[in-house]
Design a protein around this ligand. Structure first.
Ligand code: DCP
Ligand code: MG
Ligand code: MN
Length: 346
């Protein structure tokens, strides 16, 4: 996976980690009919191996690693000695392939996929045919119907074309809007998983973008650009909104995944930073902020965050916003040299 790729080269047991991670993913999907401890044991082993500075050579060495039992040590040695882990092929049964296929449906995941499988679902057609007796939400149904479309990456040129239409429509509603395309497109990727659109508005004239998203979506539906909704914000009157749906350039082209995000003007720096990603880069920036006693999220950089002494990850208060005017400001305060969006990979 991407996280493993980010670390490749640095870790002398990467091949072992890759095999254990594949087995972990298989067990995660199978959790409905497998003991949870298997996933747990593999996760622990992977964490330990990532931190281990040298190549594992002997069974004793593997068994002596913290949190690694005999069964896991045997798996490690099998990969070291043969380059393979037979258990993976053994677990790749038909039921796994079906559950894995179902678990990548938007808003599904392994737990629901397993439940559907246990209820006899074997194909995407089954999901639609059986929706009387298995629980299928409206969003899941749409995601099944457009399974291939949603999983197909979007050529950069098409993202640009769709975005241009959306931006024009938004500026017709209010020419002072600040509209940007984010995510992998802003990072310069040749193709994108979805289209991420950020909207806000300068408040210098006392006005905001309140109510804009509802109007924009309605215009885009009329034009046939937005075709289905997957998830709507609870209250369209808020300034901070998140919308997920499907769109298309014209009636002849595929459905594409689209996300709209609106944020208060004062959060734009944090939002630009967060929604540009990538997720690994974001994680490293958050970590940097945490080490300096700050907290970074899509709203900006905060100080004086009060954390639960029992669980340091849990925030009891958001703290005080100290920077979110621009991305540059956040980079500067964190002491991170400026990186262009296309450079923001880990
Ligand atoms: N993001 C994040 N952590 C997540 C999800 C998202 O930090 N768990 C941020 C970084 C992403 C941005 O939001 O770049 C947009 O999310 P996407 O899922 O749309 O990811 P990308 O646009 O980066 O890639 P893709 O081409 O797959 O859409
Ligand atoms: Mg995206
Ligand atoms: Mn997205």
């Amino acid at each position: 996976d991407k996280h493993a790729r980010a670390r490749r080269g640095a870790c002398p047991n990467q091949d072992v980690i890759a095999k254990l991670a594949r087995l972990r993913d298989i067990y995660t999907v199978k959790i409905g009919h497998t003991d949870k401890w298997r996933v747990f044991a593999l996760k622990k082993a992977i964490t330990t191996l990532r931190k281990h500075p040298t190549r594992i050579r002997t069974m004793k060495e593997a068994e002596d690693l913290p949190g690694i039992g005999k069964r896991t040590a045997e798996k490690i040695m099998e990969v070291i000695e043969t380059g393979d882990l037979r258990r993976i092929a053994h677990e790749l049964t038909e039921d796994f392939e079906v559950v894995e296929m179902l678990s990548v449906i938007y808003n599904v995941g392994p737990t629901i996929a397993c439940r559907w499988y246990q209820n006899g679902v074997r194909t995407l057609e089954d999901v639609l045919a059986r929706k009387g007796d298995i629980k299928v939400s409206r969003a899941q149904e749409i995601a099944v119907r457009y399974y291939d479309d949603i999983r197909t990456r979007i050529p950069r040129a098409e993202v640009q074309e769709i975005y241009d239409m959306i931006q024009a429509e938004a500026l017709r509603i209010d020419p002072k809007l600040f509209v940007r395309v984010m995510g992998s497109f802003r990072r310069g990727k040749a193709d994108c998983g979805d289209i991420d659109v950020l909207i806000t508005r300068p408040t210098t004239d006392g006005k905001t973008h309140r109510g804009v998203l509802r109007r924009l979506l309605s215009e885009l539906r009329k034009k046939g650009i937005i075709t289905e909704d997957l998830s709507l914000p609870r209250n369209f009157e808020d300034l901070e909104l998140c919308y997920r749906g499907l769109c298309r350039r014209d009636p002849q082209s595929r459905r594409r995944r689209i996300d709209f995000l609106t944020i208060p003007w004062k959060s734009r720096g944090g939002a630009l930073l967060y929604y540009t990603g990538d997720d690994i880069f974001n994680r490293s920036m958050r970590l940097k902020a945490n080490r300096m006693g700050y907290s970074l999220n899509q709203r900006g950089l905060h100080a004086d965050v009060i954390r639960d002494p029992q669980d340091r990850r849990k925030k009891l208060s958001e703290g005080k916003l100290i920077a979110s005017e621009s991305e540059e400001e956040i980079f500067r305060i964190l002491g991170v040299p400026w990186q262009e969006p296309h450079e923001r990979i880990r």
